[in-house]
Design a binder for this molecule. Structure first.
Ligand code: S3P
Length: 179
C-alpha cells in the first residue's frame, strides 16, 4: 500500500481544533474528511446533546465504538475523533492499522475560549457552572489516554489553522515514497 493511502487521525480534547484543522488538512492532502461525531449523529438520528440527555454517556460511547469499528477499513481520509474516542482502547485498535495519529494540544484557557465561541451547549460534558474547572479535571484524567503509542503532539495555542494543518500535511507527505 502506498503510504499516502494512510489516514490522518486527529485526537485530543474538545476545542483543540480537530474539526477546523481536519477540514483544511483534508483539502490540502486531497483526502476525505470524516468526523466520528457526525457519524454518531447520523446513526442515532439525533444531536449529541440529545443522545447524552436521552440515552446517557455510556450509550454515546457505545455508538462511538460502533462508528470506529465501521471505520476500520477506511483509507486516505482525515478522521477527526471526538474528544473521548481514545478513552476506549478498542477504538485505537480499530483505527491503528491504516492511520497515523496526531494529538492536538491546547491550554485550558484556549480550550475554554474556543468552546465558548462554539456555544457550550454543544458540549454536554462542559455544560456546567464552572467549565474551566471541568476542563482541567478532564484533561488530568484523560492525559494518559491521549498519550497513545506513536501519536505526534501538535501544539495549537496562538496558531492559525492553516499553519497547524500545514505542519501535519508535511509529516503525512514525508511518508510518500518510503514504503
Ligand atoms: C466529547 C467530545 C465531543 C463529543 C462529545 C464528547 C468528549 O467531540 O464527542 O461531546 O468526551 O470529549 P469534540 O472533541 O469534537 O468536541
Amino acid at each position: 500500500m502506498h503510504d499516502m493511502d494512510r489516514n490522518a487521525c486527529l485526537l485530543g480534547f474538545m476545542g483543540t481544533g480537530k474539526t477546523s484543522v481536519g477540514k483544511v488538512l483534508a483539502n490540502t492532502l486531497d483526502m476525505e474528511f470524516i468526523e466520528t461525531d457526525d457519524l454518531i449523529v447520523k446513526k442515532a438520528g439525533k444531536s449529541i446533546p440529545a443522545i447524552f440527555k436521552d440515552d446517557g454517556e455510556i450509550r454515546f460511547r457505545e455508538l462511538e465504538i460502533a462508528v470506529c469499528k465501521e471505520l476500520q477499513d477506511v483509507r486516505r481520509s482525515v478522521i477527526s475523533l471526538g474528544g473521548g474516542v481514545m478513552l476506549n482502547y478498542i477504538n485505537f485498535l480499530y483505527l491503528r492499522q491504516h492511520s497515523d495519529f496526531f494529538h492536538l494540544i491546547a491550554s485550558p484557557s484556549t480550550i475554554l475560549a474556543r468552546i465558548m465561541q462554539d456555544g457550550k451547549d454543544k458540549r454536554p460534558l462542559l455544560a456546567c457552572p464552572d467549565p474551566l474547572a471541568e476542563i482541567n479535571r478532564l484533561l488530568y484524567l484523560r492525559k494518559p489516554f491521549y498519550k497513545i503509542a506513536g501519536a505526534r503532539e501538535i501544539l495549537t495555542d496562538d496558531r492559525l489553522i492553516p499553519s497547524i494543518a500545514g505542519e501535519i500535511a508535511t509529516i503525512m507527505k514525508g511518508h510518500e515514497g518510503c514504503e
